[in-house]
Structure formats: structure tokens, C-alpha cells
Design a protein around this ligand. Sequence first.
Ligand code: ADP
Length: 512
Amino acid sequence: MDNSYEAHFHAAASGYLVLATDGTILDVNRTLVSWTGHSRDGLIGGNIVDLLPVGDRFLFASHAAPQLAVSGCFNEMAVELLSADGKRIPALLSGVRSEGDDGGLDRISVFNASERRSYEQELLAALRKAEAAEASRAAVEAELRENQRELEEKDRILEASLAESRKREALLATVLDTADVGLLVLGEQGEVVLTNAHLVTIWRAAVGNASVAEMQQLVYRPDRETKVPIPEQPFHRAADGESFSNEVIWLAPGSDKQMAVGISARPIRTDGIVSGSVLALNDVTRLVQAVAAQEEFVASVSHELRTPLTSILGYLDLALEDETLSPHVSTVLGVALRNSERLLSLVSDLLSVASGSKKMERRPVNLAEIVRAGLVSVTPKARANAVALEEDLPACLTVEVDPQRLAQVVDNLLSNAVKYSPDGGTVSVRLRQERESIRLTVSDTGIGMSPAEREQVFTKFFRSRRAVASAVPGVGLGLVITKNIVEDHGGELTFISEPGRGSTFSVTLPVR
Ligand code: ADP
């Protein structure tokens, strides 16, 4: 053996034995010598089986030796080696036979099994660690990939909603600018959030380049003389969350740009809390002027009609006083008188509506008495319609009102209740003093009104289809006048009505 082979042989990490084919130890390396504690010389010349306990000797003879003989090798046979001090060292033997002229040699490598097991365990532990590290790396990578995917998904959703909101914005801008009405959106603090092109046109036309503060000094009531105090201005009230429809104000009256503006407002509610307001503004100057012209026309025509009518009535009265008249002529004159009276009351109604609120002459009066008088005058018509009249009135209820105008209210409500009960029924009048107010209710069981009719009942000249079809006389002014009178007294006129079931009109007057 050359030197380097020898050095390797002895310094190897496992033990080596060189045997003759009968098991005689020809050489042994130092590693095995140091493991077993036997002397090298003591081992050489001995037999391998001397190093094994009895059981393993048998195993070597029955397993390793035949394999070496038949296949020239054996692998990893677990045995115990007997050390010099009698201890048993677990070992793994592998052997290979090389044939030679001298009958062959068996080279046996001896692994220290406990060392090897601890190597193996260390190796296994390292492997497990590496596997765990790989698994956690893979998990982190999967999580990263998932995060990335989620981010991409969010990105995609964001992009899509951005595109959608751009589309909506464009749609909104087009709708806003197409609308033939000025639109103004106020934010939570009353700041201007959005306007459309039409609003800018209205603003410029009415107040030029005025700021909001300057504009607020130019807001007038429909009489064009009284300024509207800022807290009562529609913009201010809308910013406070108020809802209203078609309120008319005049902007800059007296200037050549003056404009009547109709304003409606609705609050924006987010989760039930007012977070702004939308206002719609319309230039209603022409409309207001046309209505004023119409009212002026009606007023002057009515006025012109009243004088000759009063004279006709006077002369008819005179003529009827003549006792020499034949019954036929006096009947004819009577018809003419009744129709002239109707014509005069119509003309008075027209005048009363056209001239708006007149000066009132309030004085303390017994309202119950006024109602009783109203009941007396409606009795003939009630009898003709087979309507029963019921009353629930106090003997005396003194109120400070304009007696003539209150009588007009009572007459209008009673005559409507009877007129619109053409198939009989009951009309009940009730008068009560409540805590802060006086309430007069007139109920009937007549034809009633549909929801559409109820909406229009306080519109001038409105008459329901049934009223017209059943030829109930009237021109559609009575309730407008009644409402005006009640409101002039600081009161309120309300009603409920169901078609086929009847109506109840209530007048509430404040106690002065
Ligand atoms: P007029 O009675 O002269 O037509 P009003 O202003 O008094 O005018 O009433 C307007 C309309 O309201 C009537 O034409 C009728 O259609 C409806 N109306 C008023 N009062 C009643 C009532 N008590 N029952 C049913 N309909 C009524």
C-alpha cells in the first residue's frame, strides 16, 4: 500500500477491516481500533467473529459470508461490536469481496451506528427545517400572490367605478344643462355645490355679476315693495332644510332687469340627516305679468258690470212693488230679479278675487249667530236637495273678526256642502272654542272629491267634472275667496274628502 492510501485508510470516518475469505483479519484501520479499544496487533490475525457477540456471529455466518461468496457484497448489516472493555458498540457492516490469485479479500466497512444515527437525525432535522422553511416560503409566496391578486381586483373595481362615475358625471352634467330650469345644489353648510347653465343665465339676467351677499339685498316679495329679510329668503330656508314649492320672489324690482323667480326646494337627506338642498328656479316674470293683467282685466270688467247690474236690480225691485202687475208679469220679473242677483254675487266674487285682500273691519261678534244666519239662508236649497241640516253650536262665541267676510266664509262652505250633496244626505256644522283657536267644521255626505280634484280645489275657476256634469251652479271661486278671508284673519282652511263619501272643511281661527 502506498502512503497516501494508508493515510486515508486510517483516517477514514468509518472503520475498515480487510479479511481473508475465511474471516481472518488481515488489516484494520485506526478508526476501528480506537472505537473498539482493541490493539491493532491483537486484532490482526484474529477472526472478525471474535469481534461479534454470539448472536451476531451467527448472523455474519448465515447472512454476510454467503452474500460475499455468492454476490461479492453485502450491505448495512446491523450488528454489535465487542469493545476491549466488553461494551457493545452498535455498528453497520457493509462488505465487498475482491477476487485475487491468493483466494480473494473481503473489505468490510464499519459504520458507528449510534454516530450514524445521530448524523442521520441531524440530517433529518436539517431536512425538516429546510422543508419547513420551504413550506413557509411557499406560504408567504402564495399569500403575496393572493395579496397581489386582491390588489389587482381592487384596482379593477376602482377603475370600473371610476369609469362609471365619470359616465354618470357626464350624464348628470348633460341632464343639468338640458333642463330648462335653473338648478342650484347647496351643501351641508349652505355653500353652493353645483349649478347648471340655466341658473347662470337667470342669475346674470336678474342681478348681473352680483355676489350672493349682494343678491340677498335685492330680494322682494310679490308686491315688489317689501324686501324679504335674509332669514326668510328661499335660499336661506332651503339651506336650513325646508321644503317648499313655487314660491315667487322678485329680484331687483325697479331696475330694468327685474325678474319674478319661482323657487322650489327639497332637502337632501343622507341617513335621515339633512346634508344639503336642491333648488329649482324659474323665470316666471311673464307668467306673473300675464296673471296680473288677467286679474286687472277681470277687476275692471267686473267693476264696470256692477254699476248697471245694481241699477237693474233696483228697477226690478221697484217694478215688483207695483201691485197692479198681472201674476204672469210678476213671475217673469221675479225670475229676472233672481238671475240678476246671482249675476251680482258672481261679479262680487270676481271682484273680490281680483282685488285680493281688502282692508278688514274687525270687531267682536258672536260667530255662533253668523253660523245660525248662514244655516237659515241655506235651508231652502237644503230642502230642495233633501239634505238634513245638523248643528252643534254654542249659544254665544265672541270673536274679533270682520263679520261680513266671516259670513261669506260660512255661506260658501254651507252652500257648497248642500250643493255637492245632490242626492240628499246630511250637512253638519260644528263650532267650538279650542285652547288657542276657534274651529268651525262643515261636513257633508255628498259626492266628495278624488285626489286629483283635491289638489286643485283652491285653484281659481277650478270645478270638478262631476260638478260641471251635474250642472251644479258655480264658477270655482268660492273656496279661493274663503281661503283668502280665513288667511287674512290669520287662520287656516283645511279639508278632507273622499269621492262618494263626502267632505269636511275646517276653519281654524286664532283667538285674539
Ligand atoms: P263653486 O262651488 O262655485 O264651483 P268653489 O270654489 O266653492 O266653487 O269650489 C270649487 C270646486 O270644489 C267645486 O266646483 C267642486 O268641484 C269642489 N267642491 C267644493 N266644495 C265641495 C264639497 N263640499 N263637496 C264636493 N266638492 C266640493
